[in-house]
Ligand binder design. Sequence first.
Ligand code: ATP
Length: 255
Amino acid sequence: MSPLLRAEGLCKTYGGFHALKDVSFEVMAGETLAIIGPNGAGKTTLFKMLTGEVVRTSGQIFLRDADITRVSAEMRTRMGLGRTFQIVRVFPEFSLMENLIVAIEARQRARGRRNGILNVRPSQAVADEAHHRLAMMGIARLHGTEARHISLGDRKRLELAMTLAMEPSVLMLDEPTAGMSPSERIAIIDLIQRTKEEQRLTILFTEHDMDFVFQLAQHLMVMNQGERIFFGPPEAVKTNAVVQEIYLGKDLAHA
Ligand SMILES: Nc1ncnc2c1ncn2[C@@H]1O[C@H](COP(=O)(O)OP(=O)(O)OP(=O)(O)O)[C@@H](O)[C@H]1O
């Protein structure tokens, strides 16, 4: 079986500075890969290169077997790289239900089943799906509330619901728990874990919260100074000498 997502020799230079040095990896369908590393390691650069927001200096990216290296960010989303904050943005003045309808109709447009920007009267099927997706994220009670009035935790749930409505083949999450309170963090981690199991998602994420990383990821890629220094299962990273040194002997489970 060929990998769902594959990167080969990705490099990024800013002037003479090497932000990413010859990074390769692959993710098989149904796997979850976490990209971790200290500040400035190149995680965000790599992540944005995969989504198409950062142009690579050299290297190639494949989705299934298609070379998407020169494909635009928008087209990558349409091809199945689902990322919060991309095509699907939360509209603060729209209700949660309306936001979900926008996302579902965006998916239908991407698949050529709908024209126009926003349907004034969505079909019953779209409305039902929107309600179901809000319920799955535990925010159905807020369906009529404008998005600008909800908490950060509920906004993350809404973003996740909208991204999942695009039915991505790879769900891309960039620090999904950033800025959250400890209780919101536990709730969103639990939600992502459950959704992953129920929908057998393929997930690629960056995250500083190591509890979350060890709970969710089957594979870890550790980066340091633009280089991939480890790729393997979470159990192996805890005893890897190079990784331990970078984290200055911290207990990785609580880094
Ligand atoms: N647009 C840019 N111009 C110049 N240098 C950049 C640019 N973007 C990133 N860098 C540099 O590239 C390196 C990697 O940055 P990146 O944001 O990818 O790291 P990171 O691992 O995501 O860090 P953090 O965990 O702090 O978000 C850093 O040294 C950063 O200063």
